[in-house]
Design a protein around this ligand. Structure first.
Ligand code: MCA
Ligand code: AMP
Length: 507
């Protein structure tokens, strides 16, 4: 029986003794050993009652076994659902209730609290941690062969949550073919082969780290230096032994700030790729000045994987995201009509192709609102084509902050703030930040006669929302600036904020 994704990414490596993962402690995991491990984990999933199509919700550290769990989920025909490790229990509860997973795999350190949620929602719980791990223990006792469950190209392989403008996260349903077609295109376009060594310092719960980085490496049989997290000086040490780096713009600004990052150590590097957030043209130029390499910027979304890329062979143009990937259509339209606009006009970026997702999990109305009947997905990004076909992202029609490559929808934070006793209303917006790209600021209006305590407000936010969503400053005002339609003018708030004292670097 065929399994679209498993057959291409994993099964081909049976018997391949070449190294796949190299871990922080120096340990090497060969492709063959990795496949055996995935099979053992697939047995654990099956023995635990996971059936094809079931969701496996994973909030686990970045370990070799976590990647093997992804492979095992695909092999067992299940739907892999990775979540940011920063999510709080309050946030997790929503994902569990929405996705109804039959299995939850969490870090051993969170076993008690998440275990209660698992029991409440009828999911089986296993743990995966650095020291103790019930999943790894159970897997050790299993055979190294597993009969792969058949899956067709349109069957779901993964469910990735993306925040929404309405504040509620939406599960993007990604099929085997969505993921495979994109990996194949990127491997071809970026010339990835089994002679490459990728420095992998991204988290593995998002499209960038899991699919762009991991699926392409698996498809090409490349070696992956799996780093627990981004650390500029550790990367400086790895660069002379590597050929590829994929990162968010913060990776590149932090590398540039490191004295050890020299032209000499990047001599053996073949390609630096950036995405997930805008790479400033000045970073692009500073990087070229320092190393002689031009960063290749590409553009993607959770719902679509990658859409465009600067050319590998041709000019990599600063401030642009390049051209549509082969096999994918990327157009700029009038958002009202969906009609393509003349070259040079600014409009909504829309995408159609084998990479575009199947819709939002159990949200048919949201799917219909963003996915046109003709197959084009409305990205919410505003773009403009140059005469010679380079796309630039010039803005967003969605109210979104991107901080360090993580997306934060102000509405989600405003909902929590507005719920706090004494808060009449709030507005959350992003301001430019040299390190993270954008930093979050919250403006609050108190109910008449109430004196708000911002420390207490910050404490409530800490309990409810992940660290990367926390505002770095709370400002109290008597009213919010509004336009004639009554809509809060965040551009005015941004301008007012720009005139104030700069934030301390570490806050
Ligand atoms: C960490 N902190 C953050 C962020 N990361 N705050 C806001 N935004 C963030 N992104 C907090 C930490 O909790 C800490 O708080 C303080 O900032 C300083 O942490 P630091 O150690 O400097 O951070 P770090 O651990 O070095 O992380 C920075 C990072 C990381 C390396 C840029 O955020 C990261 O790996 N980002 C990649 C995100 C990503 O993979 N995005 C792809 C999404 P405290 O001081 O209180 O402890 S997929 C996507 O967007 C699409 C599909 C695409 O096109 O790829
Ligand atoms: P996500 O919801 O995490 O999938 O984030 C997707 C969003 O990240 C896109 O809609 C863009 O707004 C943004 N994005 C991704 N890549 C780039 C890029 N190279 N330049 C600017 N924005 C980007």
């Amino acid at each position: 029986m065929t399994n679209t994704l498993y057959d291409s990414l994993f099964a081909n490596h049976a018997g391949n003794k070449a190294p796949f993962l190299q871990l922080d402690d120096g340990q090497l995991v060969s492709y063959d050993a990795f496949l055996n491990r995935a099979a053992q984990i697939a047995h654990v999933l099956k023995n635990s009652g996971v059936s094809p199509g079931d969701r496996i919700l994973v909030q686990a550290p970045k370990l070799a076994d976590t990647i093997a769990l992804y492979a095992a989920a695909v092999q067992a025909g299940a739907v892999y659902l990775p979540l940011n490790n920063a999510y709080t229990l309050a946030e997790l509860k929503y994902f569990i209730a929405d996705a109804q997973p039959s299995m939850i795999v969490c870090d051993s350190t969170n076993e008690i609290e998440i275990g209660k949620l698992a029991t409440r929602f009828g999911a089986k719980l296993l743990t995966l941690g650095r020291d103790t791990s019930s999943l790894s223990r159970e897997a050790d006792a299993q055979p190294c062969e597993f009969e792969t469950v058949g899956r067709a190209p349109d069957d779901l392989a993964a469910l990735l949550y993306t925040s929404g403008t309405t504040g509620r996260s939406k599960g993007a349903m990604l099929s085997h073919q969505n993921l495979l077609s994109n990996a194949q295109t990127l491997v071809e376009l970026w010339g990835i082969t089994n002679t490459d060594r990728l420095i992998h310092a991204l988290p593995i719960f998002h499209t960038h780290g899991l699919f762009v980085a991991m699926n392409t490496s698996l498809l090409a049989g490349a070696k992956v230096r799996l780093m627990e997290k981004f650390d500029a000086s550790a990367i400086v040490e790895e660069l002379p032994k590597s050929t590829l780096l994929m990162g968010v713009p913060t990776f590149y600004t932090r590398l540039l700030a490191d004295d050890g990052f020299t032209k000499q150590i990047t001599r053996g590097m073949r390609l630096f790729i950036s995405g997930s957030a805008p790479l400033l043209a000045e970073t692009h130029l500073a990087f070229e000045m320092r190393t002689g390499h031009r960063i290749l910027e590409r553009y993607g979304m959770t719902e679509t994987n990658m859409n465009t890329s600067n050319p590998y062979g041709g000019e990599r143009r600063a401030g642009t995201v390049g051209m549509a990937l082969p096999g994918t259509e990327v157009i700029v339209t009038n958002p009202e009509t969906g009609e393509p606009l003349p070259l040079g006009d600014v409009g909504m970026i829309e995408v159609r192709g084998p990479n575009v997702f199947k819709g939002y999990w159990q949200m048919p109305e949201k799917t219909a609102a963003e996915l046109r009947e003709n197959g084009f997905f409305m990205t919410g990004d505003l773009g403009q084509y140059s005469e010679d076909g380079y796309l630039s992202i010039v803005g967003r029609s969605k109210d979104l902050i991107i901080t360090g490559g993580y997306n934060v929808y102000p509405k989600e934070i405003e909902d929590v703030l507005n719920d706090i006793d004494g808060v009449l209303e709030s507005a959350v917006f992003g301001i430019p930040d040299n390190d993270l790209g954008e930093k979050i600021i919250a403006t609050l209006v108190a109910e008449p006669g109430v004196k708000l305590d911002t420390d207490q407000i910050a404490a409530t936010i800490r309990e409810r929302l992940s660290r990367f969503k926390h505002p770095r400053r709370y400002e109290l005002v008597t009213e919010l600036p509004r336009n004639t339609m009554g809509k809060v003018q965040k551009n005015v708030l941004r301008e007012q904020h720009a005139k104030k004292e700069p934030l301390p670097a570490a806050s």
